[in-house]
Structure formats: structure tokens, C-alpha cells
Design a protein around this ligand. Structure first.
Ligand SMILES: [Fe+2]
Length: 199
């Protein structure tokens, strides 16, 4: 038999006023900051591995460029913590941990060259999209909480992540996906035709 909540409480306090809500949001904001702080630090180790395994020059350059941006993003997060009067603490981000593990798997399972490059781009874009979602949310929370310094710092990083994502898209579109398809096509000539590289 299901036991009922003590004193008939359902876990939702009926007496929570606006200040309780602000406290709740602040806690959520701080937790998400700790989470992305862990994620960015994990990326400092993961991005060089991806750059090392990549072949195409523009992909290697993009990853190396984003590595130095990420170093700046870690420092910027420390400024955010400082601006809200909280110690910079990292809390393991299970989502980013999973995305990095997936990237490692892709790199192990693909042959060096255009196919692995396409896999690296796909993994890197998943990372960027996670970060875009997180920084977008953090910006909105900071705005609501009236943390103007944090808003501009977080917005700066959000813009960098969006740019990094677009750069990856244009690298993929310019040649990698079609080259990877070409390679597959050569191996399986009897299969359906694939998109050819644009000249
Ligand atoms: Fe980042």
C-alpha cells in the first residue's frame, strides 16, 4: 500500500511567495553555472583529442580556435561566479560527459579521414547545441535575477558558441559530408546514388 505524505503535505508549499521563488531560481542558476563550468573544463581536455584525430585543415583550425575560446569561456565563467558573489565550483555534468564519451566512440569506430572528420563535426555540433541551450537559459535566468554583469558575460559566450556551431556547419557543408558519402559510394557501387561533391 502506498503511504501517504506526513501531515498530508504534497511537497508543494502553498505559502511560497515571490522571494522564495527568487531563491529557488538563484539556486537553479548557480547549479547550472557549476554544471557548465565542469563541462567547459572537460572540453579543454576533449577538444585537443578531437583536433588530433581530425584530418581536414579547416576542421583542425576550427577546433584549435574553439579550444582557445573555451579557455576564455572558463575564465569568463569564473568572472560570472565572482559577479554573483559565489565561489567557482564545478559539478559533474552528466550530459557533457556522455557527449564526450560519444565523441570518443565515434573516433574509435571510424577510419581516419573524411568519415572520421564528419563524425567529429557531428559530435562537436552536439556539444555546441548543448552549450547554446545552457548559455541561453543562463542568460535568461541572470536577466530575471537582475545580474546584469553576468548577463553580458554569458551573452558573450553564447555568441561564441553560436559562431562555433555555424563554422562547423559550413565546414560540413563545404566538403566533408559529401566526401564521406563519396567514400562510402566507392565501397558500395551497387547501392543507391549519393549526393556528389559540388564543384
Ligand atoms: Fe564552450
Amino acid at each position: 500500500m502506498k503511504s501517504s505524505q506526513p501531515n498530508g503535505k504534497n511537497g508543494h508549499s502553498s505559502s511560497s511567495g515571490p522571494s522564495d521563488k527568487a531563491t529557488g531560481l538563484r539556486k537553479l542558476f548557480e547549479n547550472e553555472l557549476k554544471d557548465i563550468y565542469w563541462a567547459e573544463k572537460a572540453l579543454l581536455k576533449a577538444i585537443p583529442k578531437m583536433a588530433k584525430k581530425a584530418t581536414a585543415d579547416d576542421l583542425v583550425t576550427a577546433l584549435q580556435g574553439h579550444l582557445s575560446e573555451t579557455e576564455g569561456q572558463v575564465k569568463r565563467l569564473e568572472q560570472v561566479f565572482e559577479s554573483i558573489g559565489t565561489k567557482a565550483v564545478a559539478k559533474k555534468c552528466e550530459a557533457m560527459d556522455g557527449l564526450i564519451k560519444e565523441a570518443e566512440e565515434i573516433m574509435e569506430e571510424t577510419a581516419e579521414g573524411v568519415v572520421r572528420d564528419a563524425g567529429i563535426i557531428s559530435a562537436a555540433q552536439k556539444v555546441e547545441h548543448y552549450e547554446i541551450a545552457t548559455y541561453g537559459t543562463l542568460c535568461a535566468f541572470a536577466k530575471t535575477l537582475g545580474e546584469e554583469d553576468a548577463v553580458s558575460l554569458l551573452q558573450e559566450t553564447l555568441d561564441e558558441e553560436k559562431e562555433a556551431d555555424q563554422k562547423l556547419s559550413s565546414i560540413a557543408e563545404s566538403f566533408i559530408n559529401t566526401e564521406a558519402a563519396d567514400e562510402e559510394h566507392e565501397e558500395h557501387d551497387d547501392e543507391v546514388p549519393v549526393m556528389r561533391k559540388k564543384k
